[in-house]
Design a protein around this ligand. Structure first.
Ligand code: ATP
Ligand code: MN
Length: 463
């Protein structure tokens, strides 16, 4: 018997077809002559209604076992459904219960739980409607990322997760060590002797794959990374994770304008693709989570992003009659409240802010001729704030060396990075996009911990 995925069956199944489905029971309703079980296999939002006649062999045992959460295999005949809201249902001929779920102890019963509670049962929450939709959208979004870059000839490169370089400056680092933390070897200065550690020097979990992506871009032209990154920032916010996924394209022979064009085309592509491939899930978010997500997606796809310089942004913020918690002045790093004001209220669409003060940006960003600003760009989105951070990179050896010195970073550590400017340097640019921020933005989920299956955050790691 052909095993069918429920989403596909609901779309294309015809009355009279004999099929088998496998999944988990969402609910069961018992009437006199027959019972209904709603079965979901994770392939889509909608459940398949299974009809079990009282005259089915072993129906008493089956019905006793067929509680919410039980895993089943049902074989039967597709029939037209007399019920509203579904075209077809499955009339069972055999039902096999693989694993029962005791209704006394299985927590995912009809009652709706809060996301806070569901976060404490990360091993079960994916079986709920909301998380089912989130993780299907996440998957579609990841597929769209690869599709976008692969179609444009970008090479997917795998940058290291363990790194010896601690100078990227993007955030607090997690250490990686195999030393016995209860018996640390000390050197003469009574500091930990990392020469005895696994790598012979200190190592960390990466905060970004950018610097390595630059190496690869200077060999392959256009590349992208898509992998996990780690930040030990103790920021207990709804937008920060300790472990998150990042997408970092890097392009040789490209300036900031090309970078902005790519970022905009990229966001438009993934939104379009998710709307096409997860229409039902997106409707669910619009109805149940945030009634503006479809409008927002439409806004992204159909409007040109606003592009303004940091200096213009500051002028706009100073002009506004809004009282900000952090007072606005040139030189200040834009805070979330400022970013959201620009995207949500002033322009009501994504805004790309460029040319930030050098002081508040990383050493590798290309210096402008004004001597004060660098070719940075942040894409700010309504509701979420910063969603992309990028720049044109400093490709001039002498300027980069000065910048590194001024930032107090040890140039020796970056000998390989400087070599890229010594041999065959070219203008190049790229950006970093927090994958979870995009999924959050897309789905309207308020907390970033609800768009990654197993969130890691301060004081949060269950298994
Ligand atoms: P923020 O100001 O929001 O902390 P950032 O300036 O530290 O961001 P970048 O270093 O530019 O961010 O990182 C690139 C992208 O990675 C950001 O635009 C954001 O989408 C995402 N990002 C950064 N930190 C986190 C985090 N802790 N959890 C999830 N995503 C993150
Ligand atoms: Mn940060």
């Amino acid at each position: 018997m052909e095993i069918r995925r429920i989403a596909e069956l609901l779309r294309t199944g015809q009355p009279g077809e004999a099929v088998t489905v496998r999944g988990w029971v969402r609910t069961k309703r018992e009437l006199k002559e027959f019972a209904f079980a709603e079965v979901n296999d994770g392939s889509g939002m909608a459940n398949l209604q299974v009809v079990i006649n009282a005259d089915l062999a072993d129906s008493d045992t089956i019905l006793r076992q067929l509680n919410t959460g039980a895993s089943v295999e049902v074989t039967g005949e597709v029939v037209e459904s007399p019920a509203k809201g579904q075209r077809i249902e499955l009339k069972a001929t055999t039902v096999r219960v693989y694993g029962e779920a005791d209704p006394q102890s299985y927590v995912l019963q009809k009652k709706r739980h809060s996301f806070e509670f569901l976060r404490t049962i990360a091993h079960l929450r994916s079986r709920t409607n909301t998380y089912g939709a989130v993780f299907r959208v996440r998957n579609a979004c990841a597929a769209a990322v690869h599709q976008f870059f692969q179609e444009r000839g970008f090479l997917w490169v795998h940058t290291p997760i363990i790194t010896a370089s601690d100078c990227e400056g993007a955030g607090e680092l997690f250490s990686v060590t195999s030393l016995d933390l209860n018996a640390l070897p000390l050197n003469e200065a009574k500091a930990v002797d990392f020469s005895q550690d696994f790598f012979g020097k200190r190592a960390f979990l990466t905060v970004s794959g950018q610097l390595e992506a630059e190496i690869m871009a200077l060999a392959f032209g256009s590349v992208y990374t898509f992998g996990p990154t780690f930040r030990a920032e103790n920021s207990n916010t709804s937008r920060h994770l300790a472990e998150f996924w990042m997408i970092e394209p890097e392009m040789a022979f490209c300036d900031l304008d090309g970078n902005m064009d790519l970022a905009e085309a990229f966001l438009k592509h993934i939104f379009k693709s998710v709307l096409e491939n997860c229409a039902e899930d997106m409707e669910f978010f619009n109805k149940r989570i945030d009634n503006s997500v479809l409008e927002t997606a439409d806004n992204i796809i159909n409007n040109e992003f606003e592009r303004i310089t940091y200096t213009e942004a500051i002028a706009q913020l100073e002009k506004s009659d809004r009282k900000f918690e952090y007072p606005v002045s040139w030189g200040l790093d834009l805070q979330s409240e400022h970013e959201r004001y620009l995207a949500e209220e002033l322009f009501k669409k994504p805004v790309i802010v460029t040319d930030y003060p050098a002081e508040i940006k990383a050493f590798y960003m290309r210096q402008n001729d004004d001597g004060k600003t660098v070719r940075a760009m942040d894409v700010l989105a309504p509701k979420v704030g910063e969603i992309i951070g990028g720049s044109q990179r400093e490709e001039r050896l002498d300027v980069l060396e000065n910048r590194i010195k001024a930032s107090g970073i040890d140039a020796e550590e970056l000998w390989w990075y400087l070599d890229l400017r010594r041999y065959g340097t070219v203008p190049h640019a790229g950006f970093g996009l927090g994958f979870e921020r995009v999924v959050q933005f897309m789905t309207g989920m308020g907390n970033i911990r609800d768009v990654i299956p197993f969130p890691r955050a301060p004081q949060t790691i269950d298994f």
